[in-house]
Design a binder for this molecule. Structure first.
Ligand SMILES: Nc1nc2c(ncn2[C@@H]2O[C@H](COP(=O)(O)OP(=O)(O)O)[C@@H](O)[C@H]2O)c(=O)[nH]1
Ligand SMILES: [Mg+2]
Length: 223
């Protein structure tokens, strides 16, 4: 089975090389698609130097970047991989295992189910992530612990069929709402989280949290 890594990257020159090197160390048949939208640093050049397929586009956000990667997927399984080393590629083989085995359509790597190293920080992010997961569970009658996680793996056909529209971080609630609505087999398993601070380049903000509420409600209400 081939695995396609979809890497949205905006000004991640400090970490993109380490992320791609970590993917390189995996014993997996794989493809790496980096979407650099409007970085003003060496992100794209570093990714090209590592042999990744690089798509460049004007700055629109993580959602636009993930969507731009989808048409080029060659793998049977697609994994969203952040470019910032908050999520360790060494955990991807475990993440995709339920899909490879045919048990799951979608697997979420959870930072909030315990059992793996988690950086202790950003109290209001934890509250926000718990709240958004609770809202997801109430709206869609499911039991996810971390709907905002950056580690989401899919059977490629499933990802292709989601008809994603969001350009920014709202892609996370849009994906979650749509996979829940489709009654797909969703699994989650614990992953590590090497969280970074805003000073280290984190980009998601409280505004994205409020927008996530709206996108979950809207997705629930759509036909
Ligand atoms: N291409 C692209 N990637 C982005 C953009 N904003 C964030 N990303 C990437 O999305 C990933 C997650 O961003 P981050 O700020 O760490 O958010 P968090 O991990 O959800 O808190 C990282 O790989 C970022 O480089 C963007 O505007 N364009
Ligand atoms: Mg991050």
């Amino acid at each position: 089975m081939k695995v396609s890594f979809l890497v949205a990257a905006h000004n991640e020159e400090a970490t993109i090389g380490a992320v791609l090197d970590a993917i390189d160390r995996l014993d997996l048949d794989r493809q790496v698609i980096v979407v650099d939208d409007g970085s003003t640093d060496a992100t794209a050049a570093i990714a090209e130097g590592r042999g990744a397929t690089v798509i460049r586009q004007p700055h629109r956000g993580k959602g636009a970047a993930i969507r731009a990667a989808i048409p080029g997927i060659e793998g049977d399984i697609a994994v969203i991989q952040d470019a910032d080393m908050e999520y360790d590629p060494a955990e991807v083989p475990a993440l995709i295992e339920p899909i490879a085995r045919g048990a799951a359509d979608v697997v979420y790597g959870s930072r909030l189910s315990g059992g793996r190293p988690q950086r202790a920080y950003l109290f209001w992010h934890l509250v926000g992530n718990r709240f958004l997961s609770l809202l997801t569970n109430v709206l869609f009658n499911t039991t996810l612990s971390d709907m905002e996680t950056g580690y989401k793996a899919f059977r490629t056909e499933v990802l292709r069929s989601l008809d994603l529209r969001e350009d920014d971080f709202a892609i996370e609630p849009e994906i979650t709402g749509k996979v829940c609505k489709r009654k797909l087999r969703i699994y989650e398993l614990p992953i590590s989280y090497y969280g970074r601070t805003y000073a280290e380049g984190k980009k998601i903000t409280w505004r994205d949290g409020f927008k996530a509420i709206w996108v979950l409600l809207r997705t629930r209400a759509e036909r």
